[in-house]
Design a binder for this molecule. Structure first.
Ligand SMILES: [Zn+2]
Length: 133
């Protein structure tokens, strides 16, 4: 399965990244996925649930940002966003363009981690008596 190998490599990368923070738990992983990268978000999410079991990523959320396809249109002299992935024509002048500038990304945008719970002891004690003043 295409998505499973993608997710496995994401899990490996994130696991390596958080190895420097013992006890840290991954809360959220954000991905940037180009509209042309031919991955299906549902499959990504499904595989993510399986691939993160027994890793520091277990229980974390996967947030997928789909990036639109952007090509450079020579007649217009600018980068334009395509309305779909079926037609590589500039939406402004209707000229075909294959000068791809964005759309095939598949990268980790950010990783959010939660450090050891002991760090939040103070916050918890403070919020326990909000009525006291
Ligand atoms: Zn154009």
């Amino acid at each position: 399965m295409h998505e499973l190998s993608i997710v496995s490599s994401i899990v490996d990368t994130v696991t390596e990244s958080v190895a420097a923070y013992p006890g840290a738990r991954v809360k959220e992983v954000r991905l940037r996925v180009g509209a042309l990268s031919s991955v299906i978000e549902e499959s990504l999410q499904f595989c993510y649930g399986i691939a993160t079991e027994d890793t520091p990523l277990a229980g974390s959320a996967l947030v997928v940002h789909i990036l639109p396809v952007i090509v450079h249109c020579a007649p217009c002299g600018q980068d334009v966003e395509l309305e779909g992935v079926q037609s590589f024509r500039c939406p402004k002048c209707n000229e075909p363009s294959y000068d791809l500038r964005q759309g095939k990304e598949l990268e980790i945008e950010s990783i959010e981690i939660e450090e050891d719970e002991n760090d939040h002891t103070d916050c918890g004690a403070a919020s326990r008596h909000p009525e006291e003043k």
